[in-house]
Write a protein that binds this ligand. Sequence first.
Ligand code: GLU
Length: 306
Amino acid sequence: MAEGLIQLAPALARSNGRFAPSPTGPLHLGNLRTALIAWCCARSTGSGFAIRIEDLDRARCRAGSAEQQLNDLTALGLEWDRPVVVQSERTALYADALGQLRSNGLLYECWCTRAEIREASSAPHGAANRYPGSCRDLSAAQLAKRRASGRKPALRVRAEGARLQFFDRAGGEQEGAVDDFVVARQDGAFAYHLAVVVDDADQSIDEVVRGDDLLDSTGAQCWLQDQLGLTRPSYVHVPLLRDESGTRMSKRDSSVTLGGQQQLSVSADQVRSKLIASIGLCDEGEQIDDQELLSRFNSILVESIP
Ligand code: GLU
């Protein structure tokens, strides 16, 4: 291993896929469909399948939610084959990665509030939704003044306007600009981008299958992988399931969860069949076992999943 790379657990012998829910409420049918596709991608190629609970944003997590999500995955037959990983128990790994970025001069402190960032990025020459760089090059005096204020800073990466290419198996070649994103929040919590790349590497995940709402996050994650000397997994961003009116499903609508469906007398097997039908691999109501599912999955191209 090259010098300076963070020390990760010895690589597991096999390749692995994963599903990484945030325990902020019950999984809705869209999340469950993504989990099903991730499971099929891994299992159809003989890879392992891991579950990771992404609970670093404590304010959004709900008690009991992780257990319920695991029960729902089990009820649909989406079994995993290694211990479930919980991000809040792995903060030492993220601290190591942060230390590596710091030693490489890639971090700076940022005291900007959301309102300040919004205001600066909506100014005529500001780029919408991008960090305007207000804290990027503070003088020693400005830094000392902010540090003395007692307010804790967030830590941002110095991405220097990098542009990054990556390949998505569903969407093809992608390119995007990398913003100076936050890796440690003002409250001290490690941010999603940092934790996800450290965990994917530590868990030997070589294919990330997730909803296409996360496609825009991937450039930042690939940039981090490059800076930390981590191997990039391959990516597949799959379309999100929408409800009948065409809008994205929300965990707040309990009728679109497994529990909600069961209350409407739709069994777990029927929900499984619905999800498999939504990717075009069975007729609605048709029950197929794992072997049949994987053999049908092998006959389609992941980029053709509707
Ligand atoms: N925890 C994220 C979510 O539930 C998914 C992260 C990922 O798959 O990389 O939206």
